[in-house]
Design a protein around this ligand. Structure first.
Ligand SMILES: [Zn+2]
Ligand SMILES: [Zn+2]
Ligand SMILES: [Zn+2]
Ligand SMILES: [Zn+2]
Ligand SMILES: [Zn+2]
Ligand SMILES: [Zn+2]
Length: 463
């Protein structure tokens, strides 16, 4: 019934504008308006009456509702919810909106971050445990939440001594009894390796005694290149107390030779140092090259001899000297030697060695043909035909020693000559050819003596 009335309200409302339109048309055509005006008024009345009748007949409008909850969607932290209530009499529904919920936070703990109890949303990081290490009594434990991990630690037992029972060094727990009922030690006196020590429990008291220093002992002699090693040991326990490096006598000798030769801008070959057979000294040998000069060689020998005398070990030395311009592989010019008392001497080994005497000998002979210039003139003076003189070869014996003197004088005596040579002289032999009294060219040998001290040249014979 109420549906019919609601339809009538609707129809009257639609009719009003239609009639108003008709009214306007009629007014324009100047036709009578009365009926239409009544129609409009009738429609108004129809709307009011139909609406009133609708009100009287609509069951929902007249119902004394009795609602029950028929549908419910809970609100969450993300979405609103709703409750739908329906009247059990007229079936009218009403909706109730349930607003979005606030998060219900639970603060972060060791294992969880800050979390909403309702939706599980999290914020930030978990706190993490704050562990305290395990002890003999408690396992590893979190200071904050009390959670534990693993088991308790083993006791760290310190063995019982004569005076104390076995005890844990961590927690102090004691177990058993001291080793000795009367709680006294059985002491052994301190030595240089152990302090005063109990024979029973091993407990110590005080410190070790100081070592008993022994004499220096050579462990390694060293070489001419390497330092030696010596040690001092404790005479009681044998512990090495002190170790020192030292220059072996060989190294000291080699170092002197190297240093002096270097000071003279020379070079030293490999230095060989051997023990002397007739004493407990040393003999050093090596090649040296320096300026080609007798004075330089003597200066070097003097310097080395002086330095060697400062050593505790008596040292002899023999050196071969060469020209630094030729290097260590060059010709041996001289042999220098130093005896154990520091005396030195030089023996010329080559006429190339620049000594006063070698220079004097060189000056005697012609650089052109090797003849002795003064002796050649003396020979010519003794010839029939001076112009026929042809020099072949001149040799000489340097009377450098008494042996050589005796040797040459022996020959002279055997040959019937009265002249004799002295140490320092030169005995000169010149081979030449010349024409004789019969105008025949023959080969001859002339003998002469050159006196070093006075520079006198004597022709003693031609054969
Ligand atoms: Zn109702
Ligand atoms: Zn939430
Ligand atoms: Zn914790
Ligand atoms: Zn413990
Ligand atoms: Zn003890
Ligand atoms: Zn010792």
């Amino acid at each position: 019934m109420s549906i019919l009335f609601s339809f009538l309200v609707f129809a009257f409302i639609l009719a009003i504008p239609v009639l108003v339109f008709v009214l306007i048309i009629k007014a324009i055509r100047k036709k009578p308006l009365k009926k239409t005006a009544w129609g409009i008024a009738g429609c108004f009345i129809g709307v009011i009456v139909s609406a009133m009748l609708f009100g009287f007949t609509d069951p929902q409008s007249n119902c004394e509702h009795e609602y029950i909850l028929t549908e419910s969607t809970k609100a969450t932290c993300a979405e609103a919810g709703k409750n739908v209530h329906q009247c059990i009499k007229c079936e009218k529904k009403i909706e109730e909106v349930l607003p979005i919920l606030e998060h219900e936070w639970k603060e972060a703990d060791c294992e969880n971050p800050k979390t909403c109890q309702l939706c599980g949303t999290t914020d930030g990081e978990k706190g993490g445990h704050n562990w305290v290490a395990a002890t003999c009594n408690t396992p590893k434990t979190c200071q904050i939440c009390g959670e534990t991990e693993g088991t308790v630690k083993n006791h760290t037992w310190v063995n019982a001594t004569c005076t104390t029972p076995k005890v844990c060094s961590d927690c102090g727990l004691e177990e058993g009894e001291p080793l000795n009922a009367d709680k006294s030690h059985t002491w052994a006196e301190a030595t240089c390796s152990l302090p005063k020590t109990c024979n029973v429990c091993g407990e110590t008291e005080g410190t070790t005694l100081s070592h008993n220093q022994g004499e220096w002992e050579v462990v390694y002699e060293g070489t001419s290149e390497e330092q030696g090693t010596k040690q001092k040991k404790c005479t009681v326990c044998g512990t090495v107390i002190e170790t020192e490096r030292f220059d072996s006598p060989s190294k000291m000798v080699a170092d002197i030779i190297k240093r002096v030769v270097k000071d003279f801008s020379g070079q030293v070959g490999e230095i060989e140092i051997i023990p002397a057979t007739d004493s407990d000294g040393l003999i050093a040998t090596c090649a040296i090259c320096c300026e080609n000069s007798e004075q330089e060689v003597k200066d070097i020998l003097a310097e080395i001899a002086t330095e060697l005398q400062k050593l505790d070990v008596k040292t002899e030395a023999i050196f071969s000297f060469g020209d630094v311009k030729e290097g260590l592989d060059g010709t041996c010019l001289a042999i220098g030697s130093i005896d154990a008392e520091g005396n030195y001497e030089v023996a010329s080994m080559s006429s190339e060695f620049k000594t006063e005497r070698n220079e004097w000998i060189k000056s005697q002979f012609s650089a052109w043909d090797g003849s002795h210039t003064v002796l050649k003139d003396l020979i010519k003076d003794n010839l029939n035909d001076e112009k026929s003189f042809k020099h072949i070869e001149t040799t000489y014996i340097d009377i450098a020693s008494e042996d050589k003197r005796d040797y040459v004088n022996g020959i002279l005596a055997d040959a019937g000559y009265s002249q004799r040579v002295e140490v320092g002289d030169l005995f000169v032999m010149t081979e030449f050819s010349a024409k004789n009294a019969f105008n025949a060219t023959i080969k001859n040998t002339a003998f002469g003596i050159v006196d070093y001290s006075e520079g006198l040249v004597r022709l003693i014979g031609i054969e």
